[in-house]
Ligand binder design. Structure first.
Ligand SMILES: NC(=O)c1ccc[n+]([C@@H]2O[C@H](COP(=O)([O-])OP(=O)(O)OC[C@H]3O[C@@H](n4cnc5c(N)ncnc54)[C@H](O)[C@@H]3O)[C@@H](O)[C@H]2O)c1
Length: 433
């Protein structure tokens, strides 16, 4: 099937490449020419496991193309996936400007039926607003459907190719049939395709993300109790997570959630509840607990080091989670900023996110970026671990001790072995243990 994908960010590019991989003919439309040549030459501008290889093989097969020409993109196919950003606005609501701009543009260029698919995360009943905008521009028949994306950055190609479920909200039999054809390569492998009405599909995305955020804040709340009482959150998490009704995922205590989705989707859902005059207390508390994790961690560092001004602190991990270069709403942004303001000399290391992070907090004066995690530790007074990259799990502790000025470790992700840290005589601080 011929498919147009609008937006070539994390979701757009992965959607476009994976739909080509299963045999569709895809045209992916970008807003600007930035990275256009790279994409056409098979270089993915974002870091995702397996994405570059899959992009290259589908370019070779002639199944994927990139354009900035919206008219061409609309003409190309009757099926148009909207994969543009829906960031938080000042109030916390989902800013739908990019979605509406695309809708307007489709309406202006279309000359026959189109199925517009919301893959971007949008609040309930956004489809009605899109319909209104488009109807004011065109008389040609169109439909708006919802097909929220559940991929998780760092593993997104695998997630797309092996989905837990594909959720689709449609209003007609015609749209349902189109989706059956799009996702046939997945349903024939046994992956579940769930149809609903459009509003329900829009809500499913927010309900899923908010649930994950609540789970993380909940375990962090329990971690505080562990810390106060001398219990260990590792045992508690395991004991709770073995209950199959609860499950062990998203039960790791630490610095809480970040990234481009959970914080903004919780914010947007809080605003939606407000709009419909419903009680949003559970969501507000979830957000508050999450923000407090970063503040508490920073205060623990300040308290333990007594005077931070003039001290050298090494940071391991800048990405909001492992296996990605994404730093949007990452805990590291807040923590590094605060440590910088307190006068510490900072040595930063991350396997993938250095470039993105240095755009936000540039190398200058007291901020230096390193290519090697051990080199970043030379003469350091403290090691602060913010992202749980696999390579931080079992580092050479003897080497670390030799390199550092003082053996202080602040582990924001509980990835080091507490007993080993005691044995090796580190001053070791973790969360809820
Ligand atoms: N990143 C994730 O893990 C994830 C997962 C599930 C859902 N989502 C949702 O998917 C949507 C996109 O997220 P993302 O992370 O891919 O964002 P992103 O910022 O990486 O990508 C959005 C892209 O849309 C492009 N764009 C904006 N207006 C455009 C236009 N008129 N024409 C063509 N391109 C245009 C932007 O240039 C940008 O490259 C959001 O609603 C997000 O909530 C994201």
């Amino acid at each position: 099937m011929k498919i147009t994908v609008i937006g070539a960010g994390y979701v757009g590019l992965v959607t476009a490449v994976c739909l080509a991989e299963v045999g569709h003919e895809v045209l992916c439309a970008k807003k600007t020419t930035r990275n256009l040549d790279k994409l056409r030459n098979g270089i993915s501008p974002i870091y995702e496991l397996g994405l570059t290889e899959m992009l290259q093989s589908n370019l070779k097969r002639g199944r994927i193309e990139f354009t900035t020409d919206m008219e061409k993109a609309v003409e190309f196919s009757d099926v148009i996936f909207i994969c543009v950003g829906t960031p938080s606005n000042q109030k916390g609501e989902a800013d739908l400007d990019q979605v509406f701009e695309v809708s307007r543009s489709v309406a202006e260029h279309m000359d026959r039926y189109k199925l517009l698919i919301e893959k971007s995360t949008v609040p309930v009943n956004t489809h009605q607003k899109i319909e209104k905008i488009m109807s004011s521009i065109t008389d040609i028949e169109f439909e708006v459907a919802s097909n929220p994306e559940f991929l998780s950055e760092g593993n997104s190609v695998h997630n797309f190719m092996h989905p837990h479920r594909i959720v689709v909200g449609v209003a007609s039999e015609r749209a349902r049939k189109i989706f059956q054809e799009i996702y046939e390569p997945f349903t024939s492998e046994g992956y579940p395709l769930l149809f609903s009405d459009v509003a329900s599909a829009e809500i499913i995305k927010y309900a899923s993300n908010a649930f994950l955020a609540i789970k993380i804040s909940y375990i962090n709340m329990i971690a505080d109790l562990c810390e106060k009482t001398g219990a260990n959150i590792d045992y508690v998490s395991r004991g709770v997570g073995l209950d199959h009704r609860i499950g062990d995922k998203f039960l790791d205590a630490g610095l809480g959630y970040g990234g481009s989705c959970l914080p903004k989707d919780v914010n947007a859902l809080i605003e939606t509840y407000q709009e419909y005059q419903l009680d949003n207390g559970l969501l507000v508390e979830t957000r508050k607990i999450n923000q407090q994790r970063r503040e508490k961690f920073y205060e623990d560092i300040m308290e333990a080091l007594e005077k931070v001004d003039g001290k050298t602190i090494t940071i391991w991990g800048l990405a909001f989670k492992p296996n990605t270069d994404d730093i949007r709403a990452a805990p590291a942004v807040d923590i590094v900023q605060k440590l910088k303001e307190s006068g510490a000399k900072l040595k930063l290391y991350d396997p993938q996110a250095k470039e993105n992070f240095s755009r936000k907090i540039p190398e200058e004066g007291n901020i230096t970026y390193y290519q090697d995690k051990y080199e970043a530790l030379e003469d350091s007074d403290a090691l602060v671990i913010i992202t749980d990259w696999k390579e931080f799990e079992e580092p050479d502790m003897d080497k670390i001790k030799e390199l550092m000025n003082s053996p202080n470790i602040f582990d924001g992700r509980n990835i080091l072995d507490k007993e080993l840290m005691a044995q090796k005589e580190f001053n070791y601080y973790s969360m809820g243990r």
